[in-house]
Design a protein around this ligand. Sequence first.
Ligand code: UN1
Length: 516
Amino acid sequence: MQTHKSKYGSTLEIGHIIGGEEVFDGRQLERHNPADRADLTARFPEASKETVRKAALAAQKAFQEWSRTPAPVRGGVLMNLAGVLTREKDTLVRLMVREVGKTFKEAGGDVQEAIDTAIFFASEGRRLYGQTVPSEMKNKELFTFRRPIGVVGMITAGNFPIAVPSWKLIPAILTGNTVVWKPSDDSPALSYVFVKLFEEAGLPPGVINVVFGEGKGSTGQWLVELMDEGLLNKFAFTGSTAVGRWIGEVAGRNLLRPTLELGGKNPLVVLRDSDLELAVEGAWWSAFATGGQRCTSAGNIIVDAPIYDEFKKRFLEKTEATVVGNPLEFPEVTYGPFMNTRLFERWIEHYSWGRQDGATLLFGKARITGSNPYPRFKGDPDAGTFGWPTVWEARPGMKQFEQEIFGPTINLVRVEGLDEAIQAANAHPYGLSSAVYTNRRDWAYRFKNEIKAGMTSINNSTVGAEAHLPFGGVKASGNGARESGIWVIEEYTYWQAVNEEYSGKLQLAQMDTAYT
Ligand code: UN1
């Protein structure tokens, strides 16, 4: 790695990390701060098919030793990592604000989530329990052991550039696997620094290998296709449903069980008896935190008819107070720029979906620019790509009600009562997060029982899941695999059944007990 001075920090000249060596082959790519497109955070290469293959071979080699390393010792590396990340938190936070345009507060949460994950799994190395199981026969013992799966391919998105990779990397290595990780091309510097911190914490070379590049038609594709060559034993992906489906197909034909964390169109329901102030604040944060660029961001706010008008009035007031701008220079902003122009282009398209379907635009004027100013903008809007906070009135069945938008857009949806609210909350293809605001326990519990979603909040935001609860969705939001907490261990291990015979003779299960 080389560093050069840049406007706000330094530019990293980085290579892939393969078997502990830095490898510089491939077309050069660049990453700029999305809030100004001038501040260069990293210059990094695009890994070719051959380079990705080398990374998988390095991971295979490292697996031999790492899988034999006692789990408490592997956990010890994670305990060190928690310390190193805590020491480096401020540096990582600042780099995250520069590289992906998050606010300081949210970047702090992102890094903290990784620290919490490291702390959680550090001791898990001492609790990687198996079982003893009674045998049908005398003088025979049965046991189960967790075994690592092997080499794991990983592709992650840039919106949670440290937290989400940590949910994959940390449990994967704790359980004895080794990794080839292709991070998002939106966060190369952060990913590089993150892996260097694992090294500093004592992780041997080759346990985590990093290949940089882009997605389909590039490094990401080469990595996925290594499943067909038998070089990967597991795949873990966070990103769009379309890409997830394709990864799932490749994994399926190779009989691998992937972890797929995909899109969301998360409903937040506000019932007639709820605390309106709390609901408005929770809905606003669910919609606009990270500029809506979270898989857990709310997509539809479903409001009970008797309070609809009052909610709408207060929600629009709160939306108008949203501050948008360059988070590095103005830490008070609610959200910053789009992470990349692809996301912006997708977001801008939804303005035409809304018009075509007859939705009503209540607030928002597409892209913020000097000639299309937003009153609460901080900084130079033309320097990056920023979106107006946007509020629509929509109905189930409309495209923008059903499809993930991944930007600062929210729909208000009017329903009559709990039954209709639950029906609307389920009327989209996804099933990741959800929320209900009510003071009635029976309503809250009916909602939690009937919503088809992996995660549900009662009187709280759709975003901000804690690092030790199972994270994941149903329907188009994933394949049922869970990340975080103890549950993720299932995804990175297989059960080995062992029997030990000490009778000194051949005892056969089933036959000996049934017919002797
Ligand atoms: C994501 O957007 O991919 O629950 C993850 C949350 C965060 C993680 C979001 N803890 O909003």
